[in-house]
Design a protein around this ligand. Sequence first.
Ligand SMILES: [Zn+2]
Ligand SMILES: [Zn+2]
Length: 379
Amino acid sequence: MPELPEVEAVVRTLRPLVQGRKIRCVHVLHPIATKPQDPAQVARQAQGRRIRIVDRQGKYVLLVLDRGLLTMHFRLDGQLLWFSNGQELRERANQGENGVHVDVALELDKGVLGFADRRHFGHLHLWKSVDDCPGLNALGIDALSRDFTPHCFAALLSASKRPLKDFLLDQSRVAGIGNIYSCESLWQARLDPRRRANTLKPREARRLHKAIVSVLARALECCLHPAPNFRDPEWWFEGLERFLRAYGREGRSCRRCGEPIRRMAQGGRSTYWCRRCQEWAHQRIRTDRVNTPATKKPELQKKPDFERSLARLEEVVRRLESPQLSLDDAMKLFEEGVALSRECQKQLEEAEGRVEILLKRADGKLAAEPFDPERETES
Ligand SMILES: [Zn+2]
Ligand SMILES: [Zn+2]
């Protein structure tokens, strides 16, 4: 099933072929493809129009004409075909066993563009304007567009109580992400597909945004090399499975932790995920252990202050000089000494950072933020 990267690859390949071309004639060979629109009317209104822009919104391909626009949606198996001319179309289209299935053909001033879907789920429609197409109006922010920012994504997440997987599939929030890339993005961001969207912390929302952007970019790269071949009706995108980490990998080991990838039903679709890397309950236990100082680890012990670290470091150096020390003890002390020295160095640098910010503030030029070294290392 084509998702956003596949459709984007189709649009990029189609653009140089048809943009600026004139539609000489429209042949609706299987009227089911334009349903519920009247095929004769679609043909009449598109005939003689020029294709100004080839574009994409979500999984829709848009041919913006000098008057009106054509939309194509591939659903499960829809595809585009290219014929040199009307004669080749007539010779090959729907001609028995060896013929090529074509539902609608746009005969251009150079070449013929065919739209086909053997299962007839896909469709081609004609609209007066974008506003008239309910499908386009219902779409949320396009996941490959510049408008898809971490900020707006976080706002969308916080407004939804749905499980993350369902949220990502909802085209009215973010358009273009289907079953494959929602599984992949959640795996990459190490997030539980069942978790409610509005429970994500800002850091997790940023991580998911980053995962979606990078998963789609990699998929698009793959879809463009090699580019779609509209001349070959049997052509389909290849090599995508090479970069999939979760989708379709049930029972095979997770590339991150080695645990078998699991499959579960979610909203009538299959979700592939790694329980060990992604399950929220596990992650909560792990972070709670680190974050609760109330139990037995006092904050001071976890993060020793500079004086204590330095005093301990001096003690370690003194003991290392003792002639009675065994090699084993010496190694342990040495390792502790190295760790302490690093910790002291880090604390000194942080202190320097704070001083620098204070100085800038005193200078009155910069309204400084509190110095937070954690923020720099977070991805
Ligand atoms: Zn057909
Ligand atoms: Zn894993």
